[in-house]
Design a protein around this ligand. Structure first.
Ligand SMILES: CC(C)(COP(=O)(O)OP(=O)(O)OC[C@H]1O[C@@H](n2cnc3c(N)ncnc32)[C@H](O)[C@@H]1OP(=O)(O)O)[C@@H](O)C(=O)NCCC(=O)NCCS
Length: 179
């Protein structure tokens, strides 16, 4: 179980990073307060069921952000705009990551119907708008995922990837270096 000071640090870090996104502040506040209850024993989970339902109604149905309460999320998550974000509960998100609108972090389909593996994000990963990251891929710390990308392979730490399927960004040589 998280200590009170850990919880306070998480909330402060989220609050600072989402200063331009008030809705995201509230979503993350609710997430941080209820996450420890959602990952505790069955008795507490049964007692807290009405709170979980309230979270589902307000965050998922009203705000259109699916951030399941069991998801592992490091401190300082920035949720840009706070619309149409879908995160599977088996996703792991490191510290100080950025997720934007119209983005999905999900499991891959499996022919047996058993959910496949989910993505994991290192620290400081910046995910652009309209991105899909699917399957058991790992996004290394400090990586940037360009807007509109579909990520189905691992991304190296510090890399920038774009496109569908996302590939490392190849920059044109500058005019000066062409001579
Ligand atoms: C991928 C990204 C991080 C790269 O940023 P950058 O390092 O500053 O790169 P540049 O803008 O200089 O672009 C470099 C090249 O990549 C291309 N590129 C940039 N972003 C791209 C993207 N999302 N998809 C495909 N190509 C992209 C550019 O066209 C340019 O190509 P060129 O060299 O052939 O002209 C950034 O473009 C991006 O997509 N950020 C997401 C931000 C976002 O979603 N904002 C929403 C705010 S509401």
């Amino acid at each position: 179980m998280q200590s009170f000071s850990d919880l306070r640090d998480l909330i402060r870090a989220d609050w600072r990073r989402n200063r331009r996104h008030r809705k995201s502040r509230l979503i993350l506040l609710a997430f941080r307060l209820l996450h420890p209850l959602a990952v505790s024993g069955p008795t507490i989970r049964r007692i807290c069921w009405p709170l979980f339902m309230l979270y589902t109604i307000l965050v998922e149905w009203v705000c259109c952000v699916e951030l399941p309460l069991k998801t592992e999320v490091g401190k300082g998550l920035l949720i840009g705009h706070g619309y149409a974000l879908v995160v599977n509960d088996r996703v792991r998100i490191g510290e100080n990551c950025t997720l934007r609108h119209c983005t999905t972090l999900g499991v891959s389909d499996s022919p047996t119907g058993v959910p496949g593996p989910a993505p994991s994000l290192g620290d400081g990963v910046d995910v652009g708008a309209n991105v899909v990251i699917v399957g058991g891929v790992h996004i290394g710390s400090g990586a940037r995922i360009g807007a509109g990308s579909v990520v189905v392979h691992d991304v190296e730490a510090g890399a920038t990837v774009v496109g569908n399927p996302a590939r490392p960004l190849v920059r044109k040589a500058s005019t000066a270096s062409k001579g």
